[in-house]
Design a protein around this ligand. Structure first.
Ligand code: NAP
Length: 267
């Protein structure tokens, strides 16, 4: 039976891995889809399968989100298509090599996709969501956003940006009926690893989650209304105490005098 439409979900990085599974799951939940990535053959193949299997409308937009003009096309879709109720900011690339072994131009390309494109697409979507009084954004961050020592530092920094940006937007949009979730996957079995410079087979199996399980857990977290979802974390209380420690710091971080331990040094 065809489900009643929940509106349209625009998913970036939908041609493979995590994004393609979001496409599958969201179509089955009753969303029409706009699938964005560079590889048009893979996007079209996925679109055809999902239309055949779910009866949902699936549109393909084959663009390079690192290219300003291409990115502008997707921004325009988000600004003008009032059927869009969900943006999944998933497209991203990583790196596993250390700073000294990394090409800075590659690092800049990573920032353009992981940070700049995600920021511009969010800016394009939010005003319409606010005007319509509804909408949701799922931002795919990473555990390296809180553990930047684990992989390449620019990659970790880009995902720390996604987490900080999400936390800030959650506060700003709290009374506007707009949901924003940040998902922090651990290692997930996708093409990501080979592209980032470490074959998946070299990653210890006990830390790698199947991509289907990761997305299903992240959507379960979305359904629970979680602002931050860490699919691997066994005990949610561990995140809550980390977050509580951060909240406790907040009233003490900006004052009109230096801390006592620094005052003698200043005199
Ligand atoms: P993936 O299979 O390599 O998917 C990345 C997606 O992004 C692909 O659809 C790719 O499609 C798209 N993409 C890459 N560059 C693009 C560009 N310039 N313009 C448009 N689309 C582009 O890897 P994945 O694991 O599913 O990654 C999805 C997200 O999860 C990323 O943000 C990643 O940082 C995050 N993540 C992954 C892991 C992990 O262990 N796999 C862990 C934590 C977080 P095209 O090549 O067709 O453009």
């Amino acid at each position: 039976m065809t489900q009643h439409s929940k509106g349209t979900a625009l998913i970036t990085g939908a041609s493979s891995g995590i994004g393609a599974i979001y496409a599958d799951r969201l179509a089955r939940r009753g969303y029409d889809l706009i699938l964005v990535a560079r590889n048009s053959a893979r996007l079209n193949e996925l679109a055809k399968r999902l239309t055949d299997e779910t009866g949902r409308a699936v549109e393909v937009v084959a663009v390079d989100l690192g290219n300003k003009a291409d990115l502008g096309r997707v921004e325009q879709i988000l600004q003008t298509d009032a059927s869009i109720t969900l943006l999944v900011n998933n497209a991203g690339v990583g790196a596993t090599g250390p700073l000294l072994a990394s090409n800075v131009d590659k690092m800049e390309e990573m920032i353009a996709l992981n940070v700049n494109a995600l920021t511009r697409l969010t800016y394009a979507a939010v005003p319409g969501f606010v005007a319509r009084g509804t909408g949701a954004i799922i931002n795919i961050a990473s555990i390296v956003g809180i553990a930047p020592e684990l992989l390449n530092g620019v990659y970790g920094g880009s995902k720390a940006f996604v987490l900080a940006f999400t936390l800030s937007l959650q506060k700003e949009l709290a009374d506007k009926n707009i949901r924003i979730q940040a998902v922090l996957p651990g290692a997930t079995a996708t093409d990501f690893w080979g592209i980032a410079g470490t074959p998946l087979e070299h990653v210890p199996r006990e830390i790698v989650m199947p991509a289907e399980d990761m997305v299903d857990a992240a959507l379960a977290g979305f359904d629970l209304g979680e602002p931050i979802t860490i699919p691997s974390l066994p005990d949610a209380a561990d995140w809550e105490s980390y977050e509580a420690a951060r909240q406790n710091l907040m009233p003490h971080l900006s004052r009109n005098i230096p801390a006592a331990r620094y005052r003698t040094a200043i005199r």
